[in-house]
Write a new protein. Structure first.
Length: 135
């Protein structure tokens, strides 16, 4: 098994954001710290473990999944928490749809939880407008 780290930055060139294309059929994508770990399938003839590539999440703006590739639930959660869209396509490029974060709902829940937390400590300036039971 070999492990590579994505190194998009070279002398004089800096990559800020990129589209990650996942095209190797039967690959598995997992989260590993602040990076995506892409495990390529084992070679059928030699039965050796497949190559592993790590891609830092801060280098990814969107992910294009082409064909039969598995993204684990924790990897999807990490992408959505960072507002990174995941687009699903056939191996030939026909779009099936996209997965994006519902930020209006997330922000509202975070705001409500912050207010509930402040109320339980007794330092909410808006006492009575939100009860801890409604959080």
């Amino acid at each position: 098994m070999t492990t590579d780290t994505y190194s998009g930055d070279t002398e004089g060139v800096e990559t800020f954001m990129a589209t990650l294309y996942l095209t190797e059929q039967y690959s598995v994508v997992k989260i590993e710290g602040e990076a995506l770990r892409v495990q390529f399938p084992a070679e059928r003839v030699s039965k050796q473990a497949g190559k592993v590539v790590r891609v830092p999440l801060n280098k990814v703006e969107q992910v294009m999944v082409l064909g039969d590739i598995t993204l684990t639930t924790p990897a999807l959660h990490a992408l959505l928490e960072r507002r990174i869209a995941v687009h699903y396509l056939s191996a030939r490029g026909r779009s099936y749809g996209a997965l994006t974060a519902d930020w209006a709902r997330i922000v509202a829940c975070a705001w409500r939880n912050t207010r509930c937390s402040a109320m339980s400590r007794g330092d909410s300036p808006l006492r009575g407008s939100v009860s801890p039971a409604s959080c």
